[in-house]
Design a protein around this ligand. Structure first.
Ligand SMILES: *Cc1c(COP(=O)(O)O)cnc(C)c1O
Length: 459
């Protein structure tokens, strides 16, 4: 029997104009860094990290056109022409009339949830992201995750594991009604559940169900371009449509959206809230002036808005997306060759290691995801992040189940195929010695968003 062809790196649709030297800490330096960081990789200095896959948020490389856009910043406090261009760009991609800029995704979440939620409100979502969950809780409201059952099975090859369980949504809305449920959120792609796409058909059903109960649907659209690409590839009848067209079909079903432009905006900082609701937009702008800034800059330099206008369009380019998703698949292919277990099918922005199968001898009390990110750093200076019981707690609302994953998030247009091959080697070496890996213990637990600042020690 012949073995399958080795994975082929995707073609890079760009060439390098500026380079940044990457650090190469020694084994002793990495050990010292781990102890100093209390085994929490958020506490490492970037010069202690060889390959940084902590997040794909705000870590991408801007294009020459985006850098050129920065030079035409019109830093007027009010009425900047960069805002006009930004507003026009977001309107033309989404069709939403009211565009409120914010400095990043969680600022957009704060504006939206503080305007719509009351104590006791319930917010359903396919799966809340960490900051989304924290902002719902901050309003004394309850986040409820309603993803389909396949979303919790790392080995199922279901193509739309981001989908909402529509019968469960119908039950929740019937039992609680619009007084208790101010909005339904749908996160495209589902970051918490492996970067998995939501199908257009599923969003249609969600929208119809929510409309029957007079509840608006908002999209968490951070990775809408990646979601659209995967829909184009996987959903029947979508193959001949462009990425912007598919994105627009999603927005047409929604009342508005929150965006972190640090993802599919291809910038290092930025975001917005968009809505069709004029009265809500007025309320959002009042909160914006209080917390972020005037409505024509929203806590950002105007040059950042200009770079975002260019980035949002570049993120929908097919060659860009083929390379982007191609990198994720290339890394997954190399890991599969070493027998490393990961969440399937691979989604939009990273490979998520399946911790329960990687470290089956550890229990939940051993914080196995955290133990694994420590070992990846120790082995080769690769920084990843736990996406599991530490990030989300063991229960997040009624009927919630838990995933135990470690995310290798791939920054946009940053690392080469050679560097991804290095990452696969490091993960493969850790996998080969997995039986000897011990758990970690949390010695300091902050109340909110614990993964950012918790401290650990080896067991
Ligand atoms: C990153 C992210 C956010 C929050 O955005 P920030 O820019 O980090 O504040 C919200 N939702 C999802 C799905 C995200 O990935």
């Amino acid at each position: 029997m012949s073995s399958p062809a080795p994975p082929r790196p995707p073609f890079e649709p760009y060439k390098t104009k500026v380079v940044e030297r990457i650090p190469n800490p020694t084994r002793e330096e990495r050990e010292r860094a781990l102890a100093r960081a209390h085994y929490n990789l958020f506490n490492l200095r970037s010069d202690e990290v060889r390959i940084d896959l902590l997040t794909d948020s705000g870590t991408g490389a801007m294009s020459d056109r985006q850098w050129a856009a920065m030079m035409v910043g019109d830093e007027s406090y009010a009425g900047s022409r960069n805002f006009a261009h930004f507003e026009e760009t977001v309107r033309s991609l989404t069709g939403f009339p009211h565009i409120i800029p914010a400095h990043q995704g969680r600022a957009a979440e704060n504006l939206l949830f503080s305007s719509l939620c009351r104590p006791g409100s319930i917010v359903p979502n396919n799966m809340h992201f960490d900051t989304t969950q924290a902002h719902v809780l901050h309003q004394h409201a309850t986040p409820v995750n309603l993803a389909v059952a396949e979303a919790y099975d790392p080995e199922s090859d279901f193509p739309f594991k981001g989908n909402v369980d529509v019968p469960a949504l119908e039950r929740l809305l019937r039992e609680n009604g619009p007084d208790k449920v101010p909005l339904v959120m749908v996160t495209i792609t589902n970051n918490t559940g492996g970067g998995q796409p939501v199908s257009l058909e599923n969003l249609r059903q969600v929208a119809a169900t929510a409309a029957a109960h007079r509840v608006p649907v908002y999209l968490d659209m951070c990775r809408w371009a990646e979601n659209s690409y995967l829909v184009r590839e996987r959903e029947p009848g979508m193959g001949s449509r462009t990425v912007p067209e598919i994105g627009r079909a999603f927005f047409d079903l929604a009342a508005g959206a929150t965006m972190s432009a640090k993802k599919d905006g291809l910038v290092n900082i930025g975001g917005f809230v968009a809505t069709r609701d004029e009265r809500l937009a007025e309320k959002l702008k009042e909160a914006l002036v209080l917390f972020e800034g005037f409505p024509t800059y929203g806590g950002l330099a105007r040059r950042d808005l200009e770079a975002t206008s260019v980035g949002l369009v570049e993120a929908t380019d097919l060659e860009y997306l083929e390379h982007r998703i191609g990198q994720v698949r290339y890394l997954a292919g190399l890991l599969a060759e070493c027998g490393v277990p990961f969440f399937r099918p691979v989604g939009g922005h990273g490979v998520y290691l399946d911790v329960r199968r990687f470290l089956p001898h550890l229990t939940a009390d051993d914080l196995p995801g955290q133990a694994l990110v420590v070992e990846l750093y120790r082995e080769g200076g690769v920084r990843a992040v736990e996406v599991g019981s530490l990030m989300f707690g063991t229960s997040s609302g009624p009927g919630s189940r838990s995933l135990e994953l470690v995310r290798l998030a791939i920054p946009r247009r940053v690392y080469s195929a050679g560097q991804l091959a290095y990452v696969a080697d490091v993960v493969g070496r850790v996998h080969a010695r997995r039986a000897a890996i011990r758990g970690v213990r949390m010695v300091y637990r902050p109340e909110r968003l614990p993964h950012f600042t918790a401290r650990f020690e080896p067991k």
